[in-house]
Ligand binder design. Structure first.
Ligand code: 173
Length: 319
């Protein structure tokens, strides 16, 4: 009898030790390590590893050297990695709706209240087996960068490097497009395979594209999105305490993203001018048409790929 009680006590002690064990998660980024669009994720990892000692720790596997960017979504979904830093455009094969984040005209704090976030979160659970932890890039417009001058928003005869972010818009303006990962942009420019590329206002210096860029077209359009996702099955196995460490670091990252990018946008705009990148500006009338076309083509693309969810997202995300 005593032996039975003793072994029951031992078993209980072992079980509680197991649940109190430090969790170890592996995270990958779709962007190069220590560059603009990995920084938010790297800060998140630092926060988790500092606050989560003895509770939860993240191992950073790295960026595109560890995994091709367009495979990150699949790896997260299938549990090959536990955490991912990626933009929706990189996993439209699994969830076309994810590319709609670029079209949000409300801050994340508002989307978390108006149902827009919850609507997307349901899709992430269903299509990505993912929990959307935090958007760590927002308030950061995309631009068209060119090596040939244009006088109006007419892109006929131009071949442009794209991802799904820009496809519908640039094609609507007459461009020919070719999709590449960010890691292939420099070589495409160097070899003259493309006349330009889409990219946000920040980050063109990270991979040296400034050396191969003559013009930036203004205005910028949309709002770049990069977010931290966690595999849902992994999330559900974490204790409340472990989840809380992730949730706190995520909330802090999301809350500071907008203000952080206001600063970075201004700094990179100035740095581009200093690097000799000229700005192509349209008339107020043409600028308005350019932006209207950006949103019209963007939403048409989302709705074409997701007739079921696109219209609802449009109403939740638009002003
Ligand atoms: O690669 C890209 O141009 C792209 O889609 C993107 C999205 C968000 C941030 C940076 C780049």
């Amino acid at each position: 009898m005593l032996r039975l009680i003793a072994s029951a006590i031992l078993a209980a002690a072992l079980a509680s030790a197991a649940s109190a064990q430090e969790a170890h998660l592996r995270g990958v980024s779709a962007f190069a390590e220590k560059t603009t669009y990995s920084r938010g994720f790297e800060k998140f990892i630092e926060r988790v590893n500092a606050a989560g000692k003895g509770v939860i720790q993240i191992t950073y596997i790295g960026g595109p050297k560890a995994m091709p960017p367009f495979e990150v979504g699949n790896a997260l979904k299938n549990g090959v990695v536990d955490l991912a830093n990626a933009t929706g455009a990189f996993y439209t094969n699994l969830m076309p709706e994810a590319d709609a984040w670029k079209l949000t005209q409300h801050p994340m704090a508002e989307l978390r209240k108006n149902g827009g976030f919850d609507y997307m979160a349901t899709l992430y659970a269903q299509k990505m087996n993912a929990v959307f932890l935090a958007r760590v890039v927002d308030n950061n417009p995309f631009h068209l960068y060119l090596n040939k001058k244009i006088a109006s928003p007419d892109l006929k005869g131009l071949k442009l490097r794209i991802t799904p972010v820009y496809r519908d818009f640039f094609q609507a303006l007459g461009a020919t497009v070719v999709q590449t990962a960010p890691g292939e942009v420099y070589t495409a420019l160097e070899r003259g395979v493309v006349d330009g590329y889409g990219w946000p206002i920040t980050g063109i210096f990270d991979l040296g594209w400034n050396e191969r860029t003559k013009y930036r077209v203004d205005p910028g359009f949309y709002s770049a999105e990069v977010s931290i996702l966690v595999n849902k099955s992994v999330w559900e196995k974490l204790s409340d305490k472990q989840q809380a460490v992730l949730a706190k670091a995520a909330a802090e990252g999301e809350a500071e993203a907008s203000a952080e990018f206001v600063k970075e946008n201004a700094a990179d705009t100035e740095r581009q001018a200093k690097a000799g990148i000229e700005t192509i500006k349209f008339s107020p009338d043409e600028s308005k048409k350019y932006l209207d076309e950006a949103y019209a083509a963007g939403w048409a693309g989302i709705i074409r790929q997701s007739p079921e969810h696109g219209p609802k997202l449009k109403s939740l995300f638009s002003k």
